[in-house]
Design a protein around this ligand. Structure first.
Ligand SMILES: Cc1ncc(COP(=O)(O)O)c(C=O)c1O
Length: 380
């Protein structure tokens, strides 16, 4: 039996690496010369491909290092020859300290226990593990309470084999520019930094901003920022005059597998939840929730066929959905359809689709990117 051709699956995610570079440069242009970027490439680079994204970003100017969430991501990157700084955004588990040293990682430390475990592992090894102290200033997730972080810093000689290199925190509502919590959070972080300086510690790196923080709050940029979604072409929240022009990196396409004329009143799909108001042409697209095209898009999603916007009919199935293609000229089996991306003069962004699905572009891109064949543009 011959092997199936590589492209026999009709669903395709396209990753535009030039758009990625554009976004990294656009975000970099926004910050001052003293601020570097740490693109976040966790979760398979938000579904865009850990290795391909990291390879493209590592040679860009002004990239301090890459933000990751697991040791296994670090292994993948090191094995592929990515030798720059890798930052464990939420630290490591007990037992992973040797891997941290072997892989040469920088650790975001979120507890005293983690400091102790790292110190014990590094003791006598003639290496200092670089760490950044994570403080929780309002996210309610990882990190030390500010007063505990201050105490740790004042007692930092207890951990002589750790290099206290940085201090950071995370912003929970930076996408909501008008939320007064943002400025309060920045001020309380600044006040903590002042107290730490009084204890004689000057962190070499200070960071706070995710993509929305970087765009919306210049005061939150310090000398390092950690953009994730912005690198992939989206900034959550309302656009402002400060928003850079970013280009979506991911698009998602499929092909029409069937087209049929159906009469007014026909009920469509599982639960018979779709209904034709008039005689229509109904196409089947072989993408479904198994491919990350979420079931919550039932009767709500829209796709583009030859530049025409078409409505989803009925419930999304595991491997298919139905769509009204009556307005598409000469529509036929095999025609390419766009679920995220551009077709003719029209486009559907991941943000738009996510809002129709009742979620955020992050979730949609992670799902779609990791569950479909990806190709990288420009083709080498
Ligand atoms: C600690 C930390 N920093 C930065 C980011 C990047 O955030 P965004 O994708 O909103 O830019 C994340 C993402 O979740 C994160 O967890």
């Amino acid at each position: 039996m011959t092997a199936p051709p590589n492209d026999c699956n009709p669903n395709l995610v396209k990753i535009d690496l030039d758009a990625l570079t554009h976004n990294a440069r656009a975000l970099s242009a926004l910050v001052s010369e003293t601020t570097q970027l740490m693109p976040v490439v966790k979760s398979d680079a938000y579904g865009h491909g850990l290795l391909e994204v990291s390879r493209r970003l590592k040679n860009e100017d002004n990239i301090w290092g890459l933000g990751i969430s697991t040791i296994s991501e670090a292994y993948t990157l090191r094995r592929a020859g990515i030798d720059g700084r890798l930052f464990l955004l939420s630290g490591c588990f007990p037992g992973e300290e040797d891997a941290v040293m072997e892989l040469g990682l920088t650790v975001g430390v979120v507890s005293v226990q983690m400091l102790n475990d790292l110190q014990q592992a590094a003791f006598g090894k003639s290496v200092q593990i670089p760490i950044h102290v994570k403080v929780d200033t309002g996210m309610g997730r990882y990190g030390l309470e500010p007063e505990d972080a201050l105490q740790v810093v004042s007692e930092r000689k207890k951990w002589p084999d750790l290099l206290f290199q940085g201090l950071y925190t995370h912003m929970p509502v930076a996408d909501q520019r008008d939320d007064p919590f943002n400025l309060r959070q920045i001020q309380s972080f600044e006040s903590l930094i002042r107290s730490m300086r009084l204890c004689g510690w000057e962190p070499e790196y200070i960071h706070m901003a995710n993509s929305a923080g970087l765009v919306n709050f210049p005061q939150a940029r310090f000398n390092l920022a950690r953009p994730g979604i912005g690198i992939y072409g989206h900034v959550p929240g309302q656009k402002s005059s400060a928003s850079p022009e970013l280009k979506p990196v991911l698009s998602f396409e499929s092909r029409i597998a069937s087209v049929r004329a159906m009469g007014a009143g026909t009920l469509i799909g599982y639960g018979r939840m779709g209904r034709l108001d008039k005689n229509s042409l109904v196409a089947v697209v072989p993408a479904g929730y198994d491919d990350g095209y979420m079931r919550s898009l039932s009767n709500r999603g829209k796709i583009l066929v030859k530049g025409v916007q078409c409505n989803i009919l009925g419930t999304i199935c595991m491997k298919a959905f139905m769509v009204d293609v009556s307005a598409v000229p000469d529509v036929a089996v095999g025609d390419r359809v766009v679920m995220i991306g551009r077709s003719g003069e029209c486009s559907i962004t991941a943000d738009e689709l996510a809002s129709r699905a009742g979620t955020i572009s992050y979730e949609l891109m992670c799902l779609i990117g990791s569950r479909n064949r990806r190709i990288y543009l420009p083709v080498q």
